[in-house]
Design a protein around this ligand. Structure first.
Ligand SMILES: Cc1ncc(COP(=O)(O)O)c(C=O)c1O
Length: 362
């Protein structure tokens, strides 16, 4: 029995539940083909392959501490300054840094009751409380979130589009929210899936950032750009807030390959166009499939669909695993009868439909 003086908050931590791995399922069920539609990765693969970046990596050197080249490339696309950007080892790491900057055991965060679990996780590691506001019609209830903010609240986390429901708060809704949010509370707008959302209504981060110094926008290269394994995300905010994050940023948190891949990925307009096209086509096909089975689903602004099964999602997904299909039961999100399906390629969806139908009938 170890007897160390651990962080007192560890006892209450609920570990993040990741999607299952293809290799594990192949081995467990002795399968040749496994399709994973569980972690909202890009089904087309990476936007940048290793061969494209290997020449520019000096593996014996430490990475650039701030990733200046990537921040400059992002800044010119987003019409902000590189001083408004800090990069992280995935946007997950930026959430950890935010908890270090803003939270302790006297503070709280406010978020939704059915959303990305890392918000609560990072708050718990510092002993901060998480106030969870129920979704309304599977969408963030911004009015109720404002009502839930109190003197202890340092951060509000909004996933936009929301994971797992795929719903979006519009530019106007977010702006109205920011108008009413006390200026000493920071809104963390997590835009991991924003590139998939309807352009005419989604928030314009650069416009909002110029107006609201208490806004932090998080983005990632893990989804649209297909670079989840590299671990690369970034935060955009007022330069003073970025400086605060830089105070806790580990000096070499992002590796050189990720920085190089990020710069290259921003130039891949054809890949991006194709990814969005495949996503839209797959989404319409899945809507039709769920309509035929008379299953309720949420219209999605992301690269996944939330579906109500009206039966145990865990049992259903476990059965699908035996046939080589990895889906995400939403039990850990507090929705034991719902699943989340990542939108795949045509052949992924052929496989999905075949397995889904056969398991559904059993
Ligand atoms: C809403 C949301 N935010 C952030 C992330 C994490 O992204 P990253 O891979 O950049 O850590 C995810 C990953 O699934 C997510 O769903």
């Amino acid at each position: 029995m170890i007897n160390c003086k651990t962080n007192q908050f560890l006892e209450d931590l609920h570990h993040y539940v990741p999607g299952q791995s293809i290799a594990d399922i192949k081995q467990k069920y002795q399968l040749n083909q496994v399709v994973k539609l569980a972690s909202n990765e890009n089904p087309l693969g990476p936007s940048v392959v290793l061969d494209e970046i290997k020449e520019s990596i000096d593996a014996e050197r430490y990475p650039d501490t701030t990733g200046l080249a990537l921040r400059q490339a992002l800044a010119s696309q987003l019409t902000i300054s590189p001083d408004n950007i800090v990069c992280g080892n995935g946007s997950d790491e930026l959430m950890t840094m935010l908890s270090q900057v803003f939270l302790n055991s006297t503070k709280s965060i406010v978020t939704a009751d059915c959303t990305f679990s890392v918000y609560e996780f990072v708050a718990s590691t510092c002993g901060a409380k998480t106030i969870k506001v129920p979704l309304q019609d599977n969408t963030y209830d911004l009015g109720a979130i404002l009502d839930a903010v109190d003197d202890t609240t340092s951060l509000v986390f909004i996933a936009n589009p929301n994971n797992p429901t795929g719903t979006l708060c519009s530019h106007n809704e977010i702006e109205l929210f920011l108008e009413k949010l006390p200026s000493n509370v920071v809104l963390v707008l997590d835009e991991a899936y924003i590139e998939f959302a309807n352009e005419s209504v989604r928030p314009l981060a650069s416009q909002l950032l110029h107006k609201y110094p208490n806004l932090i926008v998080l983005r990632t290269f893990s989804k649209l750009y297909g670079l989840a394994a590299y671990r690369l995300g970034y935060a955009m905010a007022n330069a003073e807030l970025i400086q605060l994050i830089n105070k806790v940023k580990p000096p070499f948190n992002v590796n050189s390959m990720a920085y190089e891949a990020g710069v290259k990925a921003l130039e891949k307009s054809e890949f991006i166009k194709k990814s969005l096209h495949v996503n839209e086509k797959g989404k319409q096909r899945l809507y039709q499939f769920f309509n035929e089975l008379e299953l309720n689903y949420e219209a999605s602004e992301a690269n996944f669909i939330y579906v109500e099964l009206n039966r145990s999602a865990r049992d259903f997904c476990n059965e699908c695993l035996k046939h080589g299909l990895i889906l995400r039961p939403l039990t850990s999100f507090g929705r034991p009868n719902a699943i989340r399906v990542t939108i795949g390629t045509e052949s992924d969806l052929d496989f999905f439909e075949t397995v889904f139908k056969s398991v559904w009938k059993v």
